[in-house]
Write a protein that binds this ligand. Structure first.
Ligand SMILES: [Zn+2]
Length: 421
């Protein structure tokens, strides 16, 4: 394998500069693109000459395979457009996403079309027009969707006839390379090929973060409206955590802990076992734990989120057999309005709607007899907290907020689960 000759490296360097240099006011259409936020990613690409691709292809390790004959004749805007096209496959991590969808040689063409449709808007907004990356509308699809959505739409179309290989074979057409679909091509270098630099997945994560941060600065300093790249940068910088399992786990853990890890044991036979020979029933050292829920009913709390979070806790408690014992629910804003023993948290009548001081709700919960082993507090977090934890009760705070809303701090003794809708 050879390197690109100096003349071709110069052409590549010129295309990168054309992409990242500032656009002068009143610049001609063909002038620099002003995409400085792409610089980190652009300079991470390792070029490899390759006659088996028509223009370019990219692998998962940020190596870009360029046809030297094409590079020798393409103008700077074409080279710039192809580089950016390849970069967006890597920045969007299309290879890993294709693997998640089990894209194989038979579906790789549809995935390519889907991934290209997803990035075509970004390329268009950047004033770039690589060949063979049509906007989704030309394929009869709506703009602004994700690669997965386009893939689903395209997969419903009759399959294009063509010579298809086995599941593990690379697709016949090199397309955009394994950097788009995770299927290594014959011409691609192994991950650890010593002759050419590569970016591993940790490096790639770091590059995505840098680009996302620089993109934000770019739109803020220019007063631009973030488009598709804005949503991408949000996902990179504020990854959404699926909070439902976290909340259930926190509830299950708190119950197990308060039970001294004896929630169910088969060592001490249940007395009922005598009546049901040959069936070993679990015995319990203690009755099922008491659970109190303190619900912040101040006006600021989102009902939809509260409903989902309550449902999640109900589900976790039911799974532990706790709901049968009943759960006490305290509706609280600046004062405790209702204390109710209910079978399901959702059955509690909620009152309130004023200011917030959940200290009253937490101390009322801690004063219940028998004392609840666990107190789950549902709140937007805009409340004073007690200075010390209630003795004998684990406290879980389910913090409720809409996407993009800030969440206030909670005391260190609280198990915090951030629930966003
Ligand atoms: Zn592509």
């Amino acid at each position: 394998m050879s390197a690109l000759n100096p003349g071709l490296l110069d052409r590549l360097a010129a295309a990168k500069l054309w992409l990242i240099s500032a656009r002068p006011v009143g610049a001609r259409d063909g002038g620099p693109r002003g995409l400085a936020y792409l610089a980190t990613a652009l300079y991470a690409l390792a070029p490899v000459p390759c006659h088996e691709v028509a223009t370019t292809a990219v692998d998962e390790y940020w190596r870009i395979y360029l046809n030297p004959d094409w590079l020798a004749t393409a103008d700077v805007s074409q080279v710039g457009a192809e580089l950016t096209h390849a970069l967006w496959h890597l920045l969007h991590d299309h290879a890993a996403r294709a693997r998640d969808l089990r894209v194989d040689a038979t579906s790789a063409l549809s995935w390519h079309a889907a991934a290209d449709a997803a990035i075509s808007g970004t390329l268009e907004d950047s004033g770039l027009h690589p060949d063979g990356v049509p906007p989704p509308q030309t394929l009869g699809m709506p703009p602004g969707r994700s690669a997965e959505e386009y893939f689903a739409l395209l997969s419903r179309l009759p399959a294009a006839a063509g010579p298809d290989g086995g599941r593990d074979d690379p697709p016949a057409d090199p397309g955009c390379g394994s950097g788009c679909d995770g299927l290594p091509r014959g011409f691609e270098l192994p991950a650890d090929a010593a002759a050419v630099a590569h970016v591993d997945r940790f490096g790639a994560t770091e590059i995505r973060r840098r680009v996302a941060i620089e993109y934000r600065q770019h739109v803020t300093s220019r007063g631009l409206t973030p488009g598709d790249v804005g949503r991408w940068s949000e996902r990179i910088l504020e990854p959404r955590v699926a909070w439902e399992p976290l909340l259930s786990r926190a509830v299950r853990r708190a119950v197990a802990w308060r039970n001294g890890n004896t929630e169910y044991t088969y060592r001490r036979p249940s007395r009922r076992a005598a009546a049901t020979p040959r069936v070993v029933l679990p015995g319990t050292h203690r009755p099922l734990p008491g659970v109190a829920m303190v619900i912040d009913t101040s006006g600021s709390v989102d009902d939809a989120l509260l409903g989902r979070a309550l449902g999640e806790v109900d589900g976790a408690l039911r799974g532990l057999g706790v709901s049968d014992a009943g759960v006490t629910v305290l509706a609280c804003d600046a004062a405790v309005h209702a204390v109710k023993r209910v079978r399901r948290a959702r059955d509690a009548a909620l009152a309130g709607g004023g200011g917030t001081d959940l200290r009253h709700g937490i101390s009322a919960a801690a004063a219940l007899r028998p004392r609840p082993e666990m107190i789950v507090v549902f709140t937007d977090g805009y409340t004073p907290w007690p200075a010390t934890p209630p003795p004998g009760s684990a406290v879980i705070a389910a913090l409720l907020a809409r996407e993009g809303q800030p969440m206030p701090a909670t005391p260190a003794w609280v198990t915090r689960v951030e629930c966003r809708l």
